[in-house]
Design a protein around this ligand. Structure first.
Ligand SMILES: *[C@@H]1O[C@H](CO)[C@@H](O)[C@H](O)[C@H]1NC(C)=O
Ligand SMILES: [Ca+2]
Length: 219
């Protein structure tokens, strides 16, 4: 299985990453602060996760904290959560336990964020703009639940709800990918990211409230 996926990744590199659907060169734009605008991502497969890698790109000039990726199960808030705590400080949560990664603030550029987690060691590896920011540990031996609501634009405090406008995202998010294994991030090609759980080129989603789909302004 692992070999097949690596093969598929290689193939997509060789074939030059042809877009297969509408979101390929597009972004979700969250134009206003609200507690109603969000996008719910439907995973291609639902399975418990012992290892995963999440990548996304985002632009925002908010100076308060905001949610970038909120994955809740019925029984666990913040099952997986990527949250900007404040400018230059990212929080990453698994099973409602968090670690912080500090990065030099650069508020007016888009950020390319990749983070992986491995249950066997609990190690979280955090990358910004193709550079490692650090490794920390949390929730060793934990398994992330399969039945999840995956929300962009809002931070969930229940299964698919309890949003707070002060934690909402205002800006643009694109190229969201989720894999069910630890991708070697040093080999992550900027343009050929295709997760086997969430794949931007074959995205299934539901959007709600004031969310606009626009062409990418940045790669
Ligand atoms: C998770 O990764 C470990 C290696 O760290 C591997 O031994 C294990 O089989 C993986 N689990 C799954 C479900 O893929
Ligand atoms: Ca929450």
């Amino acid at each position: 299985m692992q070999k097949l996926v690596v093969g598929a990744l290689l193939l997509s590199v060789l074939s030059g990453c042809i877009s297969e659907s509408d979101m390929g060169e597009k972004v979700f734009l969250f134009p206003q602060e609200s507690d109603t605008a969000y996008v719910s991502l439907i995973p291609q497969v639902k399975k418990p996760l012992q290892n995963f890698t999440l990548c996304l790109k985002a632009f925002s000039d908010l100076t308060r904290g905001y949610s970038l990726f909120s994955y809740n199960t019925r029984t666990q808030d913040n099952e997986v959560l990527l949250f900007l705590e404040k400018v230059g400080e990212y929080g990453f949560y698994v099973g409602n336990k968090g670690v912080i990664f500090k990065v030099p603030p650069k508020p007016h550029d888009p950020a390319h964020i990749c983070v992986s987690w491995e249950s066997a060691s609990g190690i979280v590896e955090f990358w910004i703009d193709d550079k490692p920011v650090g490794r920390k540990g949390l929730r060793k031996d934990y398994t992330v639940g399969a039945e999840a609501k995956i929300i962009l634009g809002q931070e969930q405090d229940s299964f698919g709800g309890h949003f707070d406008a002060r934690q909402s995202f205002v800006g643009e998010i694109w190229d969201v990918s989720l894999w069910d294994y630890v991708v070697p991030l040093e080999k992550m090609s900027d343009r050929c990211e295709r997760g086997n759980i969430i794949n931007w080129q074959k995205l299934t989603y539901e959007k709600s409230g004031y969310v606009v789909i626009k062409p990418k302004m940045w790669d």
